[in-house]
Design a protein around this ligand. Structure first.
Ligand code: GDP
Ligand code: GDP
Length: 446
């Protein structure tokens, strides 16, 4: 197995909350060693607040903000906030901990309000909820507007498995973390069926005849990417020409563009799907577009050979209509018309690519998300399943690239596809997520 630290950074989980709610105890439980000093005295200086934990086979970096509380004076909220701010900027997940026995305090509520605006996934934990009375007390934390609290007792080891499971399910995957590492160039792939003009496009973008178009091109090429730069920074173009030629040797011509496309889009963040405008959209183009959706990539539709199109308005409308009907999963996708040959309109392509990438990377705040969600459910109730109404509780965005949301509720996993589509369309419109695949995962409650 490859060490995940080599592949990319470890996901960071920050434990935040008032002093004395049990953050360090939770930290110790997760790390599995008595690393942090636990004390009844609020604010005893802790020397360790950063550790590694293995949760369900996933290695994570845990940060306990408890020791940081001393650094900032002022109010309790100010201290919590100051200590957490340091961690939250780099957090992939915030575990916000409250004390079920003492109930929700103004400082908790204040902090929750602030936390909701930080655009980070939050897992709400009601600790010290041992026994049945504890579980009931824990429900009070629901009022914080951060979703259903997970009731647990760190001291007694209750609810730990649930905690680990929830944390892992809310973390971005390894690939996403690797991509976020450092100031990497934006990786794009130029794909499309043969003769759409991919090589010509690449040449024009590079501004020089670095590649030779035509049937013999690329036969001896080994390089799989080329670099260029726009105003926003470096861009790496995965060179599918080389892949196409390799694939051609192994397979029949028919399958060439599809297999090479998959290979290329797996490496890319944004896919530029090149079409020959004069020929319109055919089934093969749609097939490639569906693959892009399935792989969860951002996409820009590039209508090339625009110079050869006579009825521009009609052509554009015909293609847009076809896309709108056949590719509902990528509704709102950007369509750019240009000529790779003459360069006309080409300056619009990379800005569209950047916008697609931004949408693909977008994060929606939990409070905005749930405000919308409540309205959406009110406007259009989920259908009955087996004569009973599904109880949908709340939603969080688990990750981006592509935007991925998790919907929690009783029997949520039974939600019909039509309702799922209703929610996805609403998410797309409300939070301006055009042209990107959107994932909605359903989690039935315990
Ligand atoms: P922190 O200041 O948030 O890091 O809190 P600590 O982890 O230091 O815990 C504060 C106190 O609460 C300690 O005395 C712990 O033993 C106690 N404590 C932690 N978890 C639990 C729990 O699940 N139940 C009960 N009853 N006490 C707990
Ligand atoms: P690829 O197979 O997708 O890489 O396509 P090529 O870049 O090799 O182009 C196929 C053919 O279309 C070549 O004859 C190109 O000169 C031509 N072509 C490419 N882009 C344009 C364009 O914008 N306008 C016109 N009229 N022809 C183009």
């Amino acid at each position: 197995m490859v060490d995940s630290a080599v592949m990319g950074r470890l996901p960071v989980v920050v434990i935040a909350g008032r002093p004395n709610v049990g953050k360090s105890t939770i930290f110790n439980r997760l790390v599995g060693r008595r690393q942090a000093i636990v004390s009844d005295q609020p604010g005893v200086t802790r020397d360790r607040k950063d550790g590694m934990a293995l949760l369900r086979g996933r290695r994570v970096r845990l940060v306990d903000t408890a020791g940081l509380e001393e650094a900032a004076p002022e109010t309790l909220f100010g201290r919590m906030r100051a200590s957490s701010e340091q961690g939250i900027a780099q957090a992939d997940l915030v575990v916000f901990c409250v004390d079920a026995r003492s109930g929700i305090t103004p400082a908790d509520a204040h902090f929750a309000n602030w936390l909701r605006r930080q655009n980070r996934p939050v897992l709400l934990v009601a600790n010290k909820a041992e026994g049945r009375a504890g579980a009931e007390a824990a429900m009070e934390a629901y009022s914080l507007g951060l979703g259903t609290p997970l009731a647990m007792s760190a001291e007694h080891g209750e609810g730990l498995a649930d905690l680990m499971g929830e944390i892992v399910s809310l973390l971005p995957d390894e690939e996403t973390l690797a991509e976020q590492d450092g100031d990497k160039p934006l990786r794009i792939a130029i794909i499309g069926r043969p003769n759409a003009g991919k090589s010509t496009l690449l040449n024009s973008l590079l501004g020089e005849e670095r590649m030779i178009t035509g049937p013999e091109a690329g036969l001896t090429r080994d390089a799989v990417s080329v670099m260029l730069e726009d105003d926003a920074g470096p861009i790496e173009i995965v060179d599918t020409a080389g892949m196409r030629k390799r694939a051609r040797v192994q397979e029949g011509l028919e399958r060439v563009s599809v297999s090479a496309s998959i290979e290329a889009m797996k490496m890319a963040e944004v896919v530029v799907l090149v079409l020959d405008s004069d020929r319109g959209v055919d089934e093969q183009d749609l097939q490639i577009a569906r693959l892009i959706e399935r792989e969860g990539r951002a996409c820009v539709l590039a209508l090339n050979k625009w110079d050869a199109v006579k009825e521009r308005q009609a052509t554009r409308k015909a293609i847009s209509d076809r896309i709108e009907i056949s590719l509902a999963q990528m509704r709102g996708i950007e369509v750019v018309t240009f000529s790779a040959l003459t360069g006309e309109g080409l300056h619009r392509l990379l800005p569209a690519v950047r916008r697609a990438s931004e949408v693909w990377n977008a994060r929606v705040g939990t409070s905005d998300l749930n405000r919308w969600f409540e309205e959406a459910v009110e406007r259009h109730q989920p259908p009955l399943v087996d004569g009973r109404r599904l109880k949908l509780r709340y939603m969080t965005q688990a990750k981006s690239r592509p935007p991925t949301f998790v919907l929690f509720g009783t029997r949520a996993e039974q939600l019909p596809d039509s309702y799922k589509r209703y929610l996805i369309n609403g998410l797309r419109e409300t939070f301006h997520l055009p042209g990107t695949p959107i994932r909605l995962l359903l989690r039935g409650s315990r």
